[in-house]
Design a protein around this ligand. Structure first.
Ligand SMILES: [Cu+2]
Length: 517
C-alpha cells in the first residue's frame, strides 16, 4: 500500500472513531456515572490468607471501601473489606459453600475462574440471575484440580474487577510430592488501575468505555499495593502463584538477579519444568514460578515490555541463610510423569483437523473495506500484524474512551459471530478449536480467550507444535497469530467463551456453548 492511501485511510478511521466517541459519550440518564465518593466508607483492610476445608461454609461480602493508592484516597470495591479479597487456600477435591452478599453499587455474581465447578455455580448471566444490590447468593464450589485459580464478578467486570473485586484460590494438591519442596509460597495478583485526579477514571453506569483498547492503567499494583514488598532469606526458594487481574494489560514478569523456573500454568503443572528469564501473563492467566535468591539484597519483580520496564514489587532478601536449603531440588528440572500420563490420553487427537475455526476481528457494518492493517503509534511509527502481536500499552490515546468498538468472534463455518454462535458438545468430547487473530481488522491487537468450565491444551501456535504442555483455561492470541486448542469437554452445562479483556467482553466478544451429559 502506498503512503498516500495509508494517510487517507488513517484520516477516515480517525474521523470515524471521533464521531463514534462523541455519540458514545452523550449523557444517557441522570446519575450516569458510578460515584467516586469515599466519605462514609471504611478503609480497606489488609488481605488475609484464609484456609478452608472440605465442608466449610464461608461468607464473602462485596462492599464499597476507600483505599490509599500513592497517597490518594480512592473509592474501590472489596471482598470482606480487602483488595484483593481473602486469599483462599484450599485442598484439591474439597467442596465448600460460599454465601455471597452484594453491598456494592452494581449487580454482581461470583465467577470462580478456571475452577471446574458445577454449571449452576459458574456465576455468569447464563447460569444465574444477577445478585442485586443488597442481595445474596449461595455457591457450592468444588475444586477438582491443583494449582492457582481466582474469583471475580462476571457482570460489569470492567468496573467491579477494575475497582478491586478479585482474589485467588490456591489449591493444595492431594499428592504432597506434586510440587518440589520450597521455603516459602507467595500469592501475587498483578494489576493496574487508571487513576485520574485522585480517583479511578470515571465509569458509566450504562455501558463500559475504553472498549477499543481496554482500560490500561497508569499505576501498577501487586496485591492491591503500589509498593508491595515481601521478605525472604538468602538461599531461599520461593514458589510464586501469580495471576493477572488487569482489565487489559499483559505483563512480562522478570526478577533480575534471581533464578526463575517455570513450573505451572493455569491448571497445575507443566509436563516439564524449565528455567526461564521471564513469563508472559495475559489478563486472567496464571503462572507458577519458583525463584531462587542466591544472594542477599533487594530484588524487584518487574514488568519488562519492549519499550518500558515497570517496578511491581520488592523482595527484600536478608543475609540470614535459608534452612533447609532447597537449591538442589530447585536446580533439578523435573519431568512430571503424572502430567505426561494424563495428557497421553489426548495425544492421539492433539493434532487432528480442527472441529471449529474462529476468527477474532473487529469492524462495524459498512466499514469492512476500510481495514488498514496498520495504525499509528503515539511516536509516529506504524504497527499492526508485526512484531510480537501484542500491544503492551494503550496505543490509541484519546480514542480509548469510546463505548462501542464492534469486537467480534466469528465462527468460520457458519459465519455467525458472538452470541449468534451455537456449539453443542457431549461430555467426553475432545474438541479441536483453531483461533486466528485477524491482523487486518480495524484495530489489530491481542486477545486472551477464556473457555469456562473446561480445561484445554494449547496444541500449537502458528503451526508449531507445543512441546511442553500444561492444562489451561485462557490463551493469549497475539495479532496475526493462530493457535490450536484441544478442549476436554468435561463439565456438562451451558458455558461461556470470551475475550478476557473486560471491555472486549462487555462489548460482546463472547459466545455460549453447551456440553450435554
Ligand atoms: Cu479482546
Amino acid at each position: 500500500m502506498n503512503q498516500r492511501n495509508l494517510i487517507i485511510i488513517l484520516i477516515v478511521v480517525v474521523i470515524f472513531f471521533g464521531v463514534t466517541q462523541f455519540f458514545g459519550r452523550l449523557p444517557s440518564a441522570n446519575g450516569e456515572l458510578f460515584s467516586s465518593q469515599t466519605s462514609g466508607f471504611s478503609e480497606a483492610k489488609a488481605s488475609e490468607v484464609v484456609e478452608l476445608k472440605n465442608g466449610d461454609m464461608y461468607d464473602l461480602t462485596a462492599s464499597i471501601v476507600k483505599k490509599q493508592i500513592n497517597g490518594q484516597e480512592v473509592k474501590m470495591l472489596a471482598y470482606n473489606g480487602s483488595i484483593p479479597g481473602p486469599l483462599v487456600k484450599i485442598s484439591q477435591g474439597a467442596e465448600i459453600t460460599v454465601n455471597v452478599t452484594n453491598n456494592t453499587d452494581v449487580e454482581t455474581t461470583l465467577h470462580s475462574h478456571g475452577v471446574r465447578v458445577e454449571n449452576a455455580y459458574d456465576g455468569t448471566p447464563d447460569t444465574q440471575q444477577p445478585i442485586p444490590i443488597g442481595g445474596t447468593f449461595t455457591y457450592k464450589l468444588k475444586f477438582p484440580d491443583a494449582g492457582v485459580f481466582w474469583y471475580h464478578p462476571h457482570i460489569r467486570e470492567d468496573y467491579a474487577q477494575e475497582s478491586g473485586n478479585f482474589s485467588l484460590y490456591v489449591n493444595a494438591p492431594a499428592d504432597s510430592a506434586y510440587w518440589s519442596p520450597v521455603n516459602r509460597e507467595e500469592m501475587l495478583v498483578v494489576d493496574d488501575v487508571l487513576l485520574v485526579n485522585g480517583a479511578l477514571a470515571p465509569f458509566s453506569k450504562s455501558a463500559p468505555d475504553h472498549t477499543l483498547m481496554g482500560r490500561f492503567g497508569n499505576v501498577m499494583l501487586v496485591n492491591g499495593e503500589a509498593h508491595y514488598k515481601f521478605n525472604a532469606k538468602q538461599g531461599e526458594v520461593i514458589r510464586l502463584y501469580v495471576t493477572n487481574s488487569a482489565n487489559v494489560r499483559p505483563f512480562n514478569l522478570v526478577i533480575p538477579g534471581a533464578k526463575l523456573k517455570l513450573v505451572g500454568g493455569d491448571n497445575g503443572k507443566y509436563e516439564r519444568e524449565q528455567f526461564v528469564d521471564s513469563a508472559i501473563l495475559a489478563p486472567s492467566e496464571r503462572v507458577i514460578i519458583e525463584a531462587l535468591f542466591e544472594t542477599s539484597g533487594t530484588f524487584t519483580l518487574q514488568n519488562k515490555t519492549p519499550n518500558r520496564t515497570y517496578d511491581l514489587a520488592n523482595i527484600v532478601v536478608s543475609s540470614e541463610k535459608a534452612a533447609p536449603s532447597y537449591a538442589g531440588q530447585f536446580n533439578t528440572l523435573r519431568i512430571n510423569n503424572d502430567v505426561i500420563a494424563d495428557i497421553d490420553q489426548f495425544r492421539s487427537v492433539l493434532h487432528k483437523q480442527p472441529d471449529k475455526s474462529l476468527t477474532l476481528t473487529m469492524g462495524m457494518s459498512g466499514m469492512g473495506n476500510m481495514n488498514s492493517g496498520a495504525h499509528m503509534m503515539p511516536d509516529g511509527t506504524m504497527m499492526g500484524g508485526n512484531g510480537d502481536g501484542v500491544e503492551w500499552e494503550d496505543t490509541m490515546g484519546g480514542m480509548s474512551g469510546m463505548k462501542m468498538a464492534g469486537w467480534r468472534i466469528v465462527d468460520q463455518s457458519t459465519n455467525t459471530s458472538n452470541m449468534g454462535i451455537r456449539w453443542d458438545f457431549k461430555v467426553g468430547d475432545k474438541v479441536k478449536v483453531k483461533i486466528f487473530n485477524d491482523p487486518n481488522s480495524m484495530h489489530p491487537m491481542q486477545h486472551p480467550i477464556h473457555f469456562h468450565g473446561q480445561r484445554f491444551l494449547v496444541a500449537s501456535k502458528n503451526g508449531v507444535a507445543n512441546d511442553n504442555l500444561v492444562w489451561k483455561d485462557t490463551v493469549l492470541v497475539g495479532s496475526g497469530e493462530t493457535v490450536e486448542l484441544l478442549i476436554e469437554m468435561s463439565s456438562p452445562g451451558m458455558w461461556m467463551a470470551h475475550c478476557h479483556i473486560a471491555e472486549h467482553l462487555e462489548d460482546g466478544m463472547m459466545f455460549s456453548f453447551s456440553v450435554n451429559p
